[in-house]
Design a protein around this ligand. Structure first.
Ligand code: V47
Length: 362
């Protein structure tokens, strides 16, 4: 079966659900990794097969108030909980200013489902950011938030996206996808929009000319079958709307979450399989990200030899995974580039939509 899969990768044929399952059930990690790497080389093309992308970015989490109940989340607070916050526009701008002063070209905005932070708050925020930092790329709001703003204002997701685009939104991040399977969603994040709505909102964003990303959150009780179902639904959506840039396999951190101690954590083997198998299955996604905040810099670096071609960025001010116990906040650009070089690749600084800003050594 492994040689059959290799042959299909070489001849650019689609890998099936069953073949993906065979890979998840195998412990031949190095072979799976070499197939991921091969798929990446074919996808990148010869000239770019040694390129690994990174960017200078910051995260802004304007509020942690969220009325959704996700059992894997340590970030969300109810409105009257100790530690609940919602930034004023000036406070949010101050966060952004710190990032921009350290060179960030992208702000990744994600908050919670906070009835008091509705669409007018966010359009004002985006306008203020664009007025102060006109060239900063705003990647903001999960499909779950877009749906929430729409319902509060009693307008469609399309109208919400149009208002946000008018205010300065440039692209959508990949959050809120979690695991698409209904049974996993029902137990882990019952208040989140169903998979179909998540996909439809990205479809609409793509039609409106926005690029977006897609995530998959592992270690929340899903099976390999659920991961493959998730990736294949993304692949089908991408065939139709073509606006996804990057797939990001996430893995859960449990500190201060409801599921701490109740679930088998994702292992290093599993995380590396996610990178390699997603690269093999998602033949119509240009990029696979090894998200160092969640993987740790060591595993993210190894992921570059398993099919990932992107390390995300310097990531200042991230709070969602740090609330659940992730280690380091923010990386120096020199260190990111060293991680890439030591893994045998060429660091390529990019903007959010993969325009090349600098190729190391050129
Ligand atoms: O949707 C929540 C996840 C996501 C936990 O588009 C957790 O470039 C781990 O979407 N442990 C938000 N993960 C982050 C996200 C993202 C990150 C990096 C890049 C991009 C991109 C998008 O974080 C949520 C959820 O799946 N999450 N809680 C946790 N305890």
């Amino acid at each position: 079966m492994l040689s059959q899969i290799k042959q299909k990768i070489l001849t650019k044929q689609r890998i099936t659900f069953e073949e993906g399952l065979f890979l998840y059930n195998s412990n031949d990690l190095l072979t799976i990794g070499s197939l991921g790497k091969l798929a990446r080389e074919i996808k990148s093309g010869k000239e770019k097969s040694k390129w690994v992308y990174w960017n200078k970015n910051l995260h802004l989490n304007p509020t942690n108030v969220c009325i959704g109940r996700c059992n894997f989340c340590a970030f969300a607070k109810l409105p009257n909980d100790k530690g609940a916050y919602t930034y004023t526009i000036d406070e949010a701008l101050e966060h952004v200013r710190r990032g921009v002063n350290s060179g960030a070209g992208e702000v990744h905005i994600v908050g919670g489902l906070n009835p008091k932070a509705a669409l007018p708050y966010y359009t004002e925020l985006l306008k203020a950011i664009k007025q102060t930092f006109p060239s900063l790329h705003i990647k903001g709001f999960t499909a779950v938030e877009i749906d929430f703003f729409s319902k509060l204002k009693k307008i469609t997701p399309r109208e919400t996206l149009e208002l946000l685009i008018d205010a300065g939104l440039n692209s959508l991040p990949g959050g809120g996808a979690e695991i698409f399977s209904k049974s996993v969603r029902d137990t882990t994040c019952p208040d989140k929009i169903p998979a179909q709505t998540w996909l439809e909102i990205h479809n609409t964003a793509h039609k409106l000319g926005l690029k977006s990303n897609a995530t998959m959150l592992c270690g929340i009780g899903e099976k390999a079958e659920d991961r493959l179902d998730h990736m294949i639904r993304l692949r089908e959506q991408q065939d139709k709307s073509k606006g996804f840039q990057t797939f990001i396999p996430l893995h859960c951190h449990y500190e201060d979450t409801e599921i701490a101690g109740k679930i088998e954590p994702v292992t290093a083997f599993d995380s590396l399989k996610n990178i390699a198998i997603s690269r093999i299955i998602l033949d119509n996604f240009d990029h696979i990200k090894a998200y160092w905040i969640q993987l740790g810099t060591g595993l993210a670096q190894i992921g570059l030899n398993f099919g990932a071609d992107d390390l995300d960025g310097t990531i200042q001010e991230e709070s969602v995974t740090h609330a659940a116990g992730a280690g380091k906040k923010g990386l120096e650009k020199d260190f990111i580039q060293r991680l890439i070089e030591d893994a045998g690749y060429i660091p390529v600084e990019r903007d959010t939509v993969y325009n090349v800003l600098a190729v190391a050594g050129c």
